[in-house]
Ligand binder design. Structure first.
Ligand code: C2E
Ligand code: MG
Ligand code: MG
Ligand code: MG
Length: 282
């Protein structure tokens, strides 16, 4: 795509260009303006301790409020943001907003809860990521240990020397590192011990059918045990039922996240959720 912007610019607007590519271009330009037009928003999903049921943190999830199409989920525009490079400025905004919201929330509630921020491949490969992280922490005053960065297996295993270097620099800043959607990619635990991860998130695909699929159940149990042997905290993602929560708790999964507890919420709604939960636990 980017090549066609050079000497072949005319091709870009050629009549034979299909409708989809045209739509794509329109959407990219709209996304380019989305930040300054205040159309991007973060939603926060609670993460609870499996044993005590206490709130331990939240994951920030990006949304785009498109002026005509309404709310667009991240799966529909993050690939575009990645491809166009817009993920870099958008990612900086996400880091700053998430750190600021977490710091303010913790201050109001007198708690030390973490915020997890997703970082995609292109963002991760960008030289400015480490600076963007330290700047967001500095501006917000959030402690480094309360920011967790979530990356997928692919990010870790592509461009290994550079990405490993970045992971090491981040972990030296005491930022926590999390491996997201575990089990969907390379499914190899051996690389985990070579990288400075703190947390492993078991993908929803495993959890959704642990009650019916005994193979997935056995895998989930094994992943938890091995992750613990490597000193990692384990989060179960996509918990939708009480039964799933009970099974994971029984297998010593540390933290749980999913619609069973709450959908992703605006920061205001999240604060209400947190206050209610804290009250019932008190
Ligand atoms: P993810 O990081 O694995 O996030 C979890 C996704 O599962 C979220 O979808 C969340 O809303 C959804 N989810 C949580 N609990 C349940 C449940 O119980 N059942 C079901 N069916 N779904 C559940 P969402 O918000 O649409 O995000 C999708 C993906 O987009 C994320 O997957 C992440 O890879 C990416 N993403 C989201 N926000 C950001 C962001 O700020 N930056 C980047 N780079 N990527 C993001
Ligand atoms: Mg995530
Ligand atoms: Mg995930
Ligand atoms: Mg995912």
């Amino acid at each position: 795509r980017s090549k066609s912007k050079g000497k072949n610019t005319f091709q870009f607007f050629a009549p034979e260009m299909d409708g989809l590519a045209h739509q794509h271009l329109i959407l990219e330009n709209q996304l380019r303006r989305a930040l300054s037009r205040d159309e991007l928003a973060l939603r926060y999903q609670p993460v609870l301790d499996a044993k005590s049921g206490e709130l331990v943190g939240m994951e920030a999830l990006l949304r785009w409020r498109h002026p005509k199409m309404g709310w667009i989920p991240p799966g529909n525009f993050i690939p575009l943001a990645e491809e166009s490079g817009l993920i870099v400025p958008i990612g900086e905004w996400i880091l700053e907003t998430a750190c600021r919201d977490a710091r303010q929330l913790n201050e109001k509630l007198g708690k030390e809860m973490f915020v997890a921020v997703n970082v995609s491949a292109r963002q991760f490969a960008n030289q400015k990521l480490v600076d963007a992280v330290s700047s967001a922490l500095e501006k917000s005053g959030l402690s480094c240990g309360l920011l967790e960065l979530e990356v997928t297996e692919g990010v870790v295993l592509d461009h290994v020397p550079e990405n490993k270097e970045t992971l090491i620099r981040l972990s030296e800043m005491n930022v926590r590192l999390s491996i997201d959607d575990f089990g969907t990619g390379y499914s190899s635990l051996s690389y985990l011990k070579k990288f400075p991860f703190d947390t492993l998130k078991i993908d929803r695909a495993f959890i959704s059918d642990i009650q019916e699929d005994s193979e997935n159940a056995a895998l989930t149990k094994a992943i938890i045990a091995m992750a613990h042997a490597l000193g990692l905290t384990v989060i179960g993602e996509g918990i939708e039922t009480e039964e799933q929560a009970a099974i994971l708790e029984q297998w010593h999964c540390n933290y749980l996240q999913g619609y069973h507890y709450s959908r992703p919420l605006s920061i205001e709604a999240y604060e209400n959720f947190a206050r209610k939960l804290i009250r019932t636990k008190a």
